[in-house]
Design a protein around this ligand. Structure first.
Ligand code: PSU
Ligand code: MN
Length: 302
């Protein structure tokens, strides 16, 4: 393939043979969890995906090479190295040209997955419209990537630190369908409900695959959000969460955090303020998404 791109042999063979493959992002490893929870999360995603019958392809940039499918050592490196760049679409050319390490966001991972023909991707939560975006213009590039790149993103909705109503408005504007898996509500990451609706409710992975296939058949560009609520036993109580969120947002403001540093800052503060409760919930919901993504990839391959 190209000089800058390295697809792991197992992933390459699977893509060529039409075997289901699921992409995973790496920002969650370098910037979403502390060590060693980040390694545990990534390795368990891969295990769950395999157990479900699909091949996992964790995506990152290492020394300027875009890697699709990582080794355990490469995951460990991303989990422990300092100064790994958070790589969205904007940053891809820069880290490749500079031979740098980069952990890819939802947007960055989607762009790479589409380059190699991977159609399903699992993560925790997509980025969205930040609260106060009317002033800051902080709207995640994930939403714009969803508007242009044909990958289904299995997630637990978007984090409650965001403005979820505005996030759904922007997705609608850009023609991105939001599919609820066994829910009629858009989930709010750590909790199952947000009071906001989805565009369609699906009960099975096959129903989801039908929608993805119909979109592909019509040549509609862009991705699909598959929203999979966190399991009830791992959910965090809304009011408790709101307290931590308000405090984390105020701290971010006081510390003058902005741009790409906002999301990692808020996640780290929530993990600390909740004494690890958000970390545990976050891991559980990611694994659940990995499981569903494998099922969707299998349904799509049929
Ligand atoms: N959700 C999580 N953990 C994360 C992220 C989202 O539970 O680490 C990351 C994803 O990589 C997502 C990114 O693409 O945060 C969004 O960042 P921003 O808001 O700067 O676009
Ligand atoms: Mn942002």
């Amino acid at each position: 393939m190209n000089d800058f791109l390295q697809v792991a042999p197992e992933v390459m063979i699977a893509i060529d043979a039409g075997v289901p493959v699921v992409a995973f992002e790496s920002t969650i490893i370098s910037h979403g969890f502390p060590y060693p929870a980040n390694v545990e999360c990534a390795l368990e995603c891969e295990r769950v995906c395999r157990e479900g019958g699909a091949v996992p392809a964790t995506i990152a940039v290492l020394g300027g090479t875009v890697c699709v499918g990582l080794t355990g050592d490469q995951i460990e490196h991303l989990a422990t190295a300092r100064g790994v760049t958070k790589v969205s679409r904007r940053d891809l050319g820069i880290v490749v040209a500079r031979h740098a390490d980069g952990a890819t966001t939802v947007a960055g991972t989607m762009a790479i997955a589409a380059m190699v023909g991977i159609r399903v991707f699992a993560t925790g939560g997509i980025g969205g419209v930040h609260r106060g975006a009317q002033q800051t213009f902080d709207v995640s590039a994930d939403l714009l990537e969803l508007s242009r790149t044909p990958v289904a993103v299995v997630c637990a909705g978007a984090k409650s630190v965001l403005d979820l109503a505005l996030t759904l408005e922007v997705l609608e504007t850009h023609g991105v369908p939001v599919v609820g898996y066994r829910t009629s509500e858009f989930p709010a990451f750590y909790s199952r409900t947000s009071g906001l609706g989805v565009d369609v409710r699906c009960e099975t992975p096959d129903e989801i695959a039908d929608i993805l296939r119909a979109r592909e058949a019509m040549g509609l560009r862009g991705g699909t959000v598959v929203a999979n609520p966190i399991a009830p036993e791992h959910e965090i109580d809304r009011e408790t969460l709101d307290g931590w969120t308000t405090r984390a947002l105020r701290e971010a403001d006081e510390a003058g955090v902005h741009g790409k540093d906002v999301t990692p800052f808020l996640l780290a503060r929530l993990h600390a303020l909740s004494a690890g409760a958000t970390e545990e919930a976050n891991k559980q919901l990611v694994w659940s998404n990995a499981r569903l993504a494998a099922q969707v990839a299998i349904a799509l391959a049929r």
